[in-house]
Design a protein around this ligand. Sequence first.
Ligand code: PEP
Ligand code: MN
Length: 453
Amino acid sequence: MSNANHNHQLGADYGLDTWRNLHIDQQPTWANHADFDATVAELSSLPPLVFAGEVDSMREQLAEVAEGRAFLLQGGDCAETFEGATAYKISGRIKTLLQMAAVLTYGASMPVVKMGRMAGQFSKPRSSDTETRGDVTLPSFRGETVNGFEFTPEAREHDPKRMLRGYHTSSATLNLVRAFTKGGFADLRAVHQWNRGFTSNPAHERYEQTADEIGRALKFMEACGVDFDALKTTDMYVGHEALVLDYERSLTRIDSRTDLPYDTSAHFLWIGERTRGIDDAHVDFFSKVRNPIGVKLGPTTTAEDALALIDKLDPNREPGRLTFITRMGAKNIREKLPPIVAGVQAAGAQVIWVTDPMHGNTISVPSGYKTRRFDDVLDEVRGFFEVHDALGSFPGGIHVEMTGDDVTECLGGSDAIDEEALADRYESLCDPRLNHSQSLEIAFLVSEYLRNR
Ligand code: PEP
Ligand code: MN
């Protein structure tokens, strides 16, 4: 029996194919493509990208977050690209995440679970199936595992073979993540070397000061004879929006140790705001796998919606299993989040609360750019901490779209990017990301809130 057949047969026992009979949104239209069956068979026989044991370790660390003893940092591109998977760009993002984590760990004296929004973030939900430019209408860009960004009929065709390139690009990216975080690059004594900007920028200058303090603390510990092994390497996990179920199902394997299904495309998968329907395909599929699962919650979410998601995705109330990533918008968070949190508390469920201060704050400016005001992003973070403070729940993490580069995609920040400056370096194919110094600024803000709790 081929691996693909074996995998398929096992699926029946675990309900891994029930989603095929349910309502599903935001999927590619490629089921009748000549290459579809062969692609799915190939994907199903390729090695897993992550090992189920790593997924279990992450779940244990996330359980610490659920209990209020650790903090979760998730960050990366809105949409990764195949071309963008270069050593320079990947290391820039990893360095920035490590810097943010250092600021948070030091400022809050709390372990930080680090997770890249990378090595698989290649598919995008869209508000419209088509895009019109002038008198030409074509299918919308849905992420590089589905179609190409270029505005031509050929590029915009949904091509299942792209899933294979997505798999291999994820594999190469993950290899570098592991090499960097285990091979000495993430050694905390290199804390100064991660800084990427000029110290004339206030965020970079402030980082240098923090790095100095960390350096002194390390020297002090060294002088006291503390063993440094734990500081030489770190764990960095990866996660992405689990949107294209043909891909996620093909990479789902039965773990030989536990006999349970794991989606081996990433450690952590989240269900997007547009595909979280309680009776729909995505929620059904991810209720069947062992990975920790996130769900994005937008401003229309009710407490009942949240409780139904908990019952389906975390029936055993296992700390670390379920993360709610709220993205309400700065204007809404103080009003919309409290009833959801209070409802979950009253039901005795223990989820991780994470703020995504990006997706509720997207605007378009007259020049046509999709952007976000950095002040709105900061205000949603503040609102998130205020709400959890008032209700006594633990503000467990932050989820941001960011890059290590000096892009000009979000308005404001210490370098004060204005509408005109957006054109200088707007590189995102999808949503606007925080640049390097904006990412550090947000880490400092969060570390102050955590310290003062
Ligand atoms: C995203 O994270 O890029 C995204 C589309 O988010 P949401 O599901 O919250 O809209
Ligand atoms: Mn996005």
